[in-house]
Design a protein around this ligand. Structure first.
Ligand SMILES: [Zn+2]
Length: 250
C-alpha cells in the first residue's frame, strides 16, 4: 500500500491510498490534480471517503464521479448533497476495497464529521491537525474534546493524515504558550525548516502528536498551571476548551 499526498487549493491535502493499481481518494476538494495523477500513473479509483461537508473537502466529487461513474462515495449525512452514495454515521466497521475500515464519529468542527481508520492510516479531515485541532464551527468544546480523545486512543504508530498544512501556525501558538517545552521547540524548528524548503510536514504520527500537540495534552499539569488551572481540580475538557479559545484569538 502506498500513501500519496496531493496538494489542493491553498493549503489542503487530498490523500490517496494506492494498492494493486487501485486507489481510495480522501476529501477531494478539487478534481483536476487527482485526475491528472490517476491518468499519469494508470491508477483506477474505487472509492472516495468524505470526512465532512466543507467545500474544500467535497467540491471535486461530482467531477470525479462523472469521469469514474463506478466510484463509491462514502460520507456522513451532511455530505449527502455533495455526491455521497453510501451514508455512514460513525461507529461502523466497513469492508470495502478488500480492507476493513473503522469509522469514528468525531463531531466538533462540524456535527457530522467522521474519521476513517485502517491501521496505520488515520484520515481525520479537520478534526486533528499536526500540532493543533480544527476550529469548533458546529459542535461544542465538549464534543470536540471527546472526538480528540477518541483519536488519541489509537496506537502510537498511527499516521495522522489530516487535511491541511497548518503545522507551522499551530506550532507558533504552542511555542507561545509553552516556550520552554523541549519537544515543542525541537518540532517547531524541524517544521519551520521543512516549510522553508516548501516540504510537507504530513503525515505525522500519534506518537509525535502526543508530545507536541497541546490539544492532546489537556491532562498535562504544567500546561494546566500555565493556563491558570489548579491541576488538583482542573477538568481536562475545560483545559481543552481554554486552549481552543486562546488559539481562535491568536
Ligand atoms: Zn472543514
Amino acid at each position: 500500500m502506498e500513501l500519496i499526498r496531493i496538494p489542493s487549493l491553498v493549503d489542503n491535502y487530498i490523500w490517496l491510498l494506492i494498492y494493486q493499481g487501485n486507489c481510495i481518494i480522501v476529501d477531494p476538494g478539487t478534481a483536476k490534480p487527482v485526475q491528472q495523477f490517476l491518468q499519469q500513473n494508470a491508477i483506477h479509483p474505487v472509492a472516495i471517503l468524505l470526512t465532512h461537508h466543507h467545500h474544500d473537502h467535497v467540491d471535486g466529487v461530482k467531477e470525479l464521479t462523472r469521469y469514474y461513474p463506478e466510484l463509491v462515495v462514502y460520507g456522513p449525512m451532511e455530505t449527502s448533497s455533495k455526491g455521497t452514495t453510501c451514508v455512514i454515521k460513525g461507529g461502523e466497521q466497513l469492508n470495502f476495497a478488500g480492507f476493513s475500515w473503522q469509522i469514528f464519529a468525531v463531531p466538533g468542527h462540524t456535527l457530522g464529521h467522521v474519521a476513517y481508520y485502517q491501521k496505520p492510516y488515520l484520515f481525520c479531515g479537520d478534526t486533528l491537525f499536526s500540532g493543533g485541532c480544527g476550529r469548533i464551527f458546529e459542535g461544542t468544546a465538549e464534543q470536540m474534546y471527546q472526538s480528540i480523545e477518541t483519536l488519541k486512543a489509537l496506537p502510537d504508530e498511527t499516521l495522522v493524515c489530516c487535511a491541511h498544512e497548518y503545522t507551522a501556525a499551530n506550532m507558533a501558538f504552542a511555542s507561545y504558550l509553552l516556550p520552554h517545552d523541549k519537544a515543542i521547540k525541537a518540532y517547531t524548528l524541524a517544521v519551520n525548516q521543512k516549510r522553508a524548503q516548501k516540504q510537507p510536514t504530513l503525515p505525522s504520527s500519534l506518537k509525535i502528536e502526543k508530545e507536541i500537540n497541546i490539544f492532546l495534552r489537556s491532562d498535562d499539569p504544567y500546561l494546566q498551571k500555565v493556563l491558570g488551572f489548579s491541576p488538583a481540580t482542573a477538568s481536562n475538557c475545560d483545559v481543552f476548551a481554554k486552549i481552543r479559545k486562546l488559539k481562535d484569538r491568536f
